[in-house]
Write a new protein. Structure first.
Length: 166
């Protein structure tokens, strides 16, 4: 099966070069930007598409006759493609289990603290030359609601349990 890393950018290229081993199956790497409408041309003849964060609109995927698998390197592939449309066409979408779980959980924690303490508003006020004290909300003893049972939610719950939130 022919495979293409669809959107290897300058930031990912050094990482890719470190993880690829000589005995790995051959994977072509596209480092050139392309207009979205050119997606069928770029994927022509490839059964496997490794996708960092490129949008895969159904109407363009329909013209990728050889495509059988999409390996999505980020979190939330449904934000970049219609999983049900691809499944209906026999195209399997794969994710990397636990990819980004820690980063997503840490970001959720950071946003929670930022919102409870109005960090963005206070930052804007200080940069404008004003110091306005704000009350904020303490999290100690609060009950957190977590939607989801995936890896990110599990990491977030571990943090919450360790921080005396309920």
């Amino acid at each position: 099966m022919k495979a293409l890393f669809l959107d290897c950018n300058d930031q990912l290229a050094p990482v890719w070069e470190k993880v690829v081993r000589p005995d790995d199956p051959a994977i072509d790497v596209n480092r050139q930007a392309y207009p979205q409408a050119e997606l069928p041309r770029v994927l022509e003849g490839y059964e496997i598409c490794i996708d960092d964060h490129s949008y895969l609109p159904t109407e363009l995927v329909d013209r990728c006759d050889a495509l059988e698998h999409v390996v999505f390197l980020g979190t939330g592939p449904a934000s970049y493609m219609s999983l049900s449309d691809l499944a209906a066409r026999g195209i399997k979408v794969h994710i990397i289990r636990n990819y980004g779980d820690t980063a997503v959980a840490e970001h959720a924690v950071a946003l929670m603290f930022a919102s409870c303490r109005e960090i963005a508003r206070m930052d804007r006020e200080v940069r404008a030359g004003a110091w306005v004290p704000h009350e904020g909300v303490q999290l100690l003893g609060k009950t957190l609601g977590v939607i989801g049972l995936g890896g990110s939610a599990a990491r977030f719950c571990a943090w919450a349990a360790a921080s005396a939130c309920k």
